[in-house]
Design a protein around this ligand. Structure first.
Ligand code: SF4
Length: 292
């Protein structure tokens, strides 16, 4: 849709000339569809969205979406997104990254962004393996799983992303499944609209290198929290849900209705965005002279 001032994102406008190189059957296709649904249904002007991609099969989405974006170094998508948001806090900033990138190489940035309640949305393609590098153990790989890098079984306990987000007081915490596109679309839309840090961890089967966590595995186990009456306003109840293994809850685990984003706590940004400040108003010379 277009008006006099804006071109709004639509499925047609998102189409790039490149078709995905993902393996046939990859869960990335489901996530990609849900992501495009969410962006087009929210009807955001094209110039008000920036997507920051991590390194991994998921990050290759940078080529498949025609939208403003930045392809970051491995593990560094989150700090780039935070910097973009602080420079121009009127933008919607979304990170698309994998579980290895986010919970491995980028773990410190993940924790920092939650502590700051930076107003970015983090979408994690959680396939429980390093796919792009052909099947090594990731931080989310179940203990004991045999992979290329751990042929006798992964020796470490897998990370609990939802539990970690609860511990770090993230203000929007959800989990979706690539095989339930309608539900995942709804979670991504809510996450983008949330003020403050939002996480959507997404079960995303890696058809080629993870023969354990398959579509069949997830379809037998996932259930929708909200359909069971879960209200996502109690961290202790949410915490208990993260330890369910026989059945896997998806949906909204927790949302803080009183969340205040980091940039709103900075008086320097009350009247102007950082990019609207001149060098003079930043008073660099004055700041430096204080240390002379
Ligand atoms: Fe998808 Fe796995 Fe293939 Fe990567 S290696 S494109 S995650 S199926």
């Amino acid at each position: 849709m277009t008006d006099n001032q804006h071109n709004y994102i639509s499925k047609a406008s998102l189409a790039s000339p490149y078709f995905p190189t993902w393996c046939p059957g990859c869960g990335n296709f489901g996530v990609w569809t849900a992501f495009k649904n969410a962006l087009s249904e929210l009807q955001i002007p094209e110039e008000q969205v920036v997507i920051v991609y991590g390194v991994g099969c998921s990050g290759n989405m940078a080529d498949f979406n025609r939208v403003y974006g930045f392809h970051a170094l491995h593990g560094r998508a989150i700090p780039n997104a935070v910097a973009i948001k602080l420079a121009n806090h009127r933008l919607k900033v979304v990170v698309v990254a994998g579980d290895g990138d986010t919970y491995g190489e980028g773990l410190n940035h993940f924790i920092s962004a939650m502590r700051g309640n930076h107003d970015i949305t983090l979408l994690v393609h959680d396939n429980q393996v390093y796919g792009l590098t052909t099947g090594q153990t990731a931080p989310t790989t179940e203990k004991g799983t045999k992979t290329k890098s751990t042929p006798f079984g992964a020796p470490e306990i897998q990370i609990n992303p939802i539990g970690l987000a609860l511990t770090c007081d993230a203000t929007y915490i959800a989990r979706g499944f690539a095989g339930d596109i309608r539900h995942l679309t709804s979670l991504i839309k809510q996450a983008i609209l949330h003020e403050g840090f939002s996480l959507v961890d997404m079960f995303q089967p890696c058809f080629t290198f993870n023969k354990h966590n398959t579509y069949h595995y997830f379809k037998e186990r996932v259930y929708n929290l909200q359909e069971q009456g879960f209200t996502a306003d109690n961290k202790v109840a949410a915490w208990e849900k993260t330890y369910e293994h026989d059945k896997l809850p998806i949906g909204l685990f927790y949302q803080d209705p009183h969340s205040v984003a980091f940039h709103k706590t900075l008086s320097q940004l009350d009247e102007k965005m950082l990019i609207e400040h001149s060098i003079e108003t930043i008073a660099m010379e004055k700041a430096v002279s204080a240390f002379r």
